[in-house]
Write a protein that binds this ligand. Structure first.
Ligand code: AMP
Length: 171
């Protein structure tokens, strides 16, 4: 599976090694295995909705939702969702960014699994969790294909059950 993730140095900017998951998406067997391995640990967790983060989280999140037999909720960058939204901001290396979710996307008490392709600093998924909890959702877990563990995103999210498939422990 690791061999289907391609390192692209200095993309989208100098110093970043971008993890390109498109070869993995193009391989039917590997994609099915990834979706299975993301979903199965939460099969008995009573998940009622999967939240996926724009944009690669939409791909894995939708497939995991289908695998678990539940619906999918998108968390998007600012200005992309058409209905009334709530927003949360998070820190970037330089400045801040925001994500949003529809106000009626999660029902109070609903059990939610959050899925993204990769966790780096944890800022993005932290903002998504803030939105889910603001709507009264109950986060049962966070699932990622890749964890850049040297950035220690896991530490700021230690109150959640976190599951990742591939650990990248150094730059
Ligand atoms: P962070 O908020 O720092 O945890 O960043 C996670 C988000 O940024 C995810 O939605 C990832 O898709 C994207 N991202 C961050 N770093 C990388 C990377 N090295 N390669 C691919 N995507 C990344």
């Amino acid at each position: 599976m690791e061999t289907l993730i391609r390192d692209i140095p200095d993309f989208p900017k100098k110093g970043v090694v971008f993890k390109d998951i498109t070869p993995l998406l193009g391989n039917a067997a590997a994609l099915a295995e990834v979706v299975d391995r993301l979903a199965v640990p939460f099969a008995d967790a009573g998940v009622e909705a999967v939240v996926g983060i724009e944009s690669r989280g939409f791909i894995f999140g939708s497939l995991v939702a289908q695998r678990l037999g539940v619906g999918f909720v998108p968390v998007r960058k600012l200005g992309k969702l058409p209905y009334k939204t709530i927003q949360a901001s998070y820190d970037l290396e330089y400045g801040r960014d925001s994500v949003e979710m529809h106000v009626d996307a999660i029902a109070p008490g609903q059990k939610v699994l959050v899925v993204d392709d990769l966790i780096a600093t944890g800022g993005t998924v932290g903002a998504a969790c803030q939105l889910i909890e603001q709507l009264g959702g109950q986060i049962v877990g966070l699932a990622f294909v890749i964890e850049l563990s040297f950035l220690k995103g896991r530490h700021r999210l230690s109150r959640y059950r976190m599951h990742s498939l591939i650990d990248v422990s150094s730059e």
